[in-house]
Design a protein around this ligand. Structure first.
Ligand SMILES: Nc1ncnc2c1ncn2[C@@H]1O[C@H](COP(=O)(O)OP(=O)(O)O)[C@@H](O)[C@H]1O
Ligand SMILES: [Mg+2]
Length: 315
């Protein structure tokens, strides 16, 4: 077994929340109000149970036993669904809201498994184990002696498709299976220690989620492509300031949806990372952006195909 990696080399960029950049990114997410509230509340509960106890004392003074069940949630929330639908964006920024709401500092430890752990045998397992160990140590430091923690920790395991696969799957690689087991061990250890820590796992593979992992999730949030209304909302934010009319924006919202050509529409990231830059760079440096040209460009950009989330995707 190799020695434990340093915290700075293991996690891409540990950040401390609240943080104004995270706050602004969270505020830019469209159509996520329900998810934001739900996730912020679960994380608050896991990181600062004292807050819920204070709420109970204030509103339901007689019902102390009610909370025991709620407080015993497993420290894991899964964000699952289509590519480019805002899982990473939400996971990286939600801690800002929690930190402000609960008035404590939160350390976000982000680990992406897509680019990591593909190499030597045992590497992914080692990464997962080390990530949990770091999260455990960080959370122990801020636990404090009183009822209220001095801070909290969010461990983000992003692009965790390999860990989402079922252990029962025949085709599952031995190394992936060991990774899933390390993940489960990590969750269980955090749960029994009752530390101010929560784990967020992001995956594109909802249907392949390992039952043992799913059972340990306090909640599973499912992400999908933007609806017509959400596309219109986003396009309005961008293009009304360029003088597009409501009708022109509606036409763009329609054209970025499903069509005879494709049975699926644009993802959020197709809109933000492909369409908007294409429209702007097409006009630069000599022309202004026009609605007619924008509509032409939409027709030239095909939506990203949905992530194949079935048994056929197992390799
Ligand atoms: N609900 C949303 N509203 C606005 N922009 C979004 C939304 N969801 C995603 N995006 C944009 O799409 C990009 C990709 O999102 P990301 O969180 O990386 O997707 P995922 O992790 O689900 O594949 C982000 O940079 C973000 O700007
Ligand atoms: Mg992502």
């Amino acid at each position: 077994m190799t020695s434990m990696p340093q915290i700075t080399s293991l996690f891409e960029r540990p950040i401390t929340l609240p943080d104004s950049d995270a706050q602004a990114r969270l505020a830019r997410l469209v159509g996520m109000d329900d998810k934001i509230r739900r996730l912020a509340n679960i994380l608050s509960l896991l990181i600062n149970p004292a807050g819920l106890k204070a709420w109970q004392a204030k509103h339901h003074g007689e019902a102390a036993s009610l909370l025991e069940v709620v407080l015993r949630r497993p420290p894991l929330v899964i964000l699952a669904g289509d590519v480019g639908s805002g899982k990473t964006e939400l996971a990286e920024t939600i801690g800002d809201k929690v930190a402000r709401q609960e008035d404590l500092d939160i350390t976000l430890l982000p680990l992406s498994l897509s680019s990591r752990g593909q190499g030597r045998v045992g590497e992914m397992t080692q990464l997962v184990s080390s990530a949990f160990e770091h999260a455990y140590n960080e959370a122990t430091k801020v636990k404090g002696s009183g009822a209220k923690a001095r801070g909290g920790v969010i461990l983000l395991i992003d692009e965790a498709d390999a860990l989402a696969q079922s252990r029962e799957s025949e085709q599952m690689h031995h190394e992936d299976r060991a990774g899933v087991n390390a993940f489960i061990r990590g969750i269980d250890k955090l749960a029994s220690a009752r530390l101010p820590v929560a784990v967020l796992m992001c995956t594109n593979r909802l249907s392949a989620l390992d039952p043992a992992v799913r059972r340990r999730a306090a909640d599973v949030l499912v992400f999908s492509r933007p609806t017509l209304e959400q596309r219109e909302h986003l396009l309005t934010l961008w293009f009304s300031q360029l003088g597009f009319t409501a009708l022109q924006i509606q036409a763009l919202a329609q054209a970025t949806g499903e069509s005879d050509r494709t049975p699926y529409g644009y993802t959020f990231s197709d809109l933000t990372q492909r369409l908007l830059p294409t429209i702007v760079l097409d006009a630069y440096p000599d022309n202004s952006v026009t609605a007619e040209r924008a509509l032409d460009l939409v027709r030239s950009i095909a939506p990203t195909p949905p992530f194949k989330d079935g048994p056929q995707a197992v390799n």
